[in-house]
Design a protein around this ligand. Structure first.
Ligand code: ASP
Length: 596
């Protein structure tokens, strides 16, 4: 190799060694006739000193070095002079005195700093991804991701799982998103769909008797990328035969706990993972992906509100809504302007408004509680509300009176916003939790039929099966989600393994005979041949890596992400293809689209 050692591995014990290093100029400083180069390679950074008294020749090369030049240096490892150690650098106790140096390749000046982690305009950083990835933080993220995946592979291998690849060119499998389609040249007019997940394939592997499957699987979903999503993303996909819910949840919990211990030991994990029913999660947090690093739980005061003369409360209740709120400690002093900000936030979630109650004094009286609602309440009602929220002096209670969905959305948003402002969420804590007992279906106003809350392969609870014919809304699913710090990390379920039941679900979802045969004929047939009871889960690895890396977006843990318009700015793709390729595929573009 062109180097004998890696920059980041050199330590005190290496002093006296002659080493050959190769890497990039991270930073240079000139001082008292000497040049100090921070030399960087994928293992880290080491300081190289060019001293004219030691080597004139090396110093001549050093004079030419600029940031990001690639250079090979031969030198000797020495202890840094007392007082010049840099403890925050792993190699900070030593430096390398250059004896000779060769420029292996010069570099243009990069369009942004590599050696300073300052924000870069998104398009610049995506277009120059090969440079952005040179930043030490990004390198660490990529290394973390590698170690995470390696750990998962070893963990599952030790438990008897087989890693099995499944096709990318396949047929649509419903996960609630739009498919990416690939035209077939050999079968004119026909298309493959890229998998939204390997769902059917992993179930078919269970029918095949393979019992424990996993895959680090690429999934493709053609969605609008408003949230932090990517058109292609990576899941840890797994499936096991002869299991029940608790088996998959236990496996997931063990996997996450040992993963964090191994790759991120400085982070804490809440143990055991709390479990909430869907109803509980919605009632206490207003969301099915609760951030439980802090409390600020929702309290229901609908019963008290129903007794009051306050029109805002009464009309919400009369319209079938609820009155709920959160109690935020120490914020009673909020200014009008700050309160208006919260009211606007509530409105942006669709709420009619926000009722605020500031508990200014020791006692709870109509004088010490500052609120537009106070004068519509009796002293007793005010006291009941304060007691329900356990409000203390200096607390601010935020109340929403609205329809259930709007109320949940608003209070979830407010809860997270207040936790952010008050810095309530410990950034070193990973608060994993499970949400279970989801409804099997939700009614879709747009399509006017039932839709799966998870996907159509999810089994209903056995005791709920009779309700499929009478009250589908009440059927509970054997579906579970795993959530961490307010982020949905994964979902799974125990599956249907009988053809009759699977067919019945498909029909409830509105598929007709022909669609059933065409889209799921193969799958339904497989269920006729002794399909074992089975279940599984899929975990979003981009999100998991994001949480472990302490990043705010998944783009920071993906080597080559796309932007919000699903464009890869570096390759400038999707891109046009020439007519010859279209002809081969028997495709013709609509003129208005290509602007002809
Ligand atoms: N295929 C499902 C998903 O992608 C996960 C599962 O049910 O295993 O969400």
């Amino acid at each position: 190799m062109l180097k004998s050692h890696s920059c980041g591995e050199l330590r005190k014990k290496d002093t006296g060694q002659k080493v050959t290093l190769a890497g990039w100029v991270h930073r240079r400083r000139d001082h008292g006739g000497m040049a100090f180069i921070d030399l960087r390679d994928s293992s880290g950074i080491v300081q190289v000193v060019f001293n004219p008294q030691k080597s004139q020749e090396a110093c001549q090369v050093a004079a030419l070095l600029r940031n990001e030049y690639v250079v090979q240096v031969v030198g000797q490892v020495v202890l840094r002079p007392g007082g010049t150690e840099t403890p925050k650098l792993a190699t900070g106790e030593i430096e390398v005195i250059a004896q000779s140096a060769v420029i292996l390749n010069p570099s243009e000046t990069p369009p942004f700093y590599i050696n300073e982690d300052v924000e870069v305009e998104e398009s610049l950083c995506l277009r120059n991804r090969f440079l952005y990835l040179r930043r030490p933080r990004m390198r660490d993220n990529i290394i973390l991701r590698h170690r995470m995946i390696k750990f998962i592979r070893d963990f599952l291998d030790a438990r008897g799982f087989l890693e099995i690849e499944t096709p990318i060119l396949i047929k649509s499998t419903p996960e609630g998103a739009r498919d990416y389609l690939v035209p077939s040249r050999l079968n004119p007019g026909k298309f493959y769909a890229l998998p939204q997940s390997p769902q059917q394939l992993k179930q078919l592997l269970m029918v095949a008797g393979l019992e424990k499957y996993f895959q680090i699987a690429k999934c493709f979903r053609d969605e609008d990328l408003r949230a932090d999503r990517q058109p292609e993303f990576t899941q840890l996909d797994l499936e096991v035969s002869f299991v029940e819910e608790k088996d998959i949840l236990q496996l997931t919990e063990e996997l996450f706990i040992s993963l964090v211990e191994t790759v991120k030991p400085e982070m804490r994990v809440l143990q055991p993972f709390p479990r909430f029913s869907y109803k509980e999660a919605m009632a206490h947090y207003g969301t099915d992906k609760p951030d439980v690093r802090f409390s600020l739980e929702l309290k229901d005061i609908s019963d008290i509100a129903a007794q009051t003369d306050f029109a805002v409360f009464r009309s919400a209740i009369d319209n079938g809504g609820e009155v709920k709120g959160i109690c935020v400690p120490g914020c009673a002093h909020y200014s009008r302007h700050e309160l208006d900000g919260l009211i606007n936030l509530a409105r942006s979630c669709g709420a009619q408004g926000l009722i605020t109650m500031a508990f200014m004094g020791e006692s709870v009286t109509l004088d010490t509680v500052k609120s537009a609602a106070a004068r519509h309440l009796t002293q007793a009602q005010l006291e009941d509300i304060a007691a329900r929220f356990k409000a203390k002096p200096d607390d601010l209670v935020l109340i929403v009176a609205d329809k259930f969905e709007v109320l949940c959305k608003t209070l979830d948003e407010l809860r997270r916003e207040m936790a952010r402002r008050l810095n309530l969420a410990d950034s070193n804590l990973l608060a994993f939790n499970f949400v279970v007992d989801f409804p099997l279906f939700e009614w879709s106003e747009t399509t006017n039929h039932w839709e799966s809350m998870h996907h159509p392969f999810t089994a209903p609870r056995e005791e709920d099966a009779p309700l499929l014919d009478t009250e589908p809304a009440k059927v509970q699913a054997r579906h579970y989600d795993v959530v961490c710090n307010g982020c949905e990390l994964g979902s799974g379920s125990i599956r249907i393994h009988h053809r009759q039941l699977q067919e019945k679900i498909f029909r409830l979802l509105g598929y007709n005979e022909e669609q059933l045969e065409q889209r799921f004929g193969h799958f339904l047939r497989a269920l006729e041949y002794g399909a074992p009871p089975h279940g599984g889960i899929a975990i979003g690895l981009d999100r998991l890596a994001m949480l472990l890396a302490g990043e705010q977006t998944i783009r920071e843990v993906i080597a080559f992400p796309k932007n919000q318009n699903a464009v890869d700015l570096m390759f400038d793709t999707p891109s046009c293809v020439d007519n010859k390729q279209l002809d081969e595929l028997n495709l013709k573009l609509k003129h208005e689209i290509i602007g002809l």
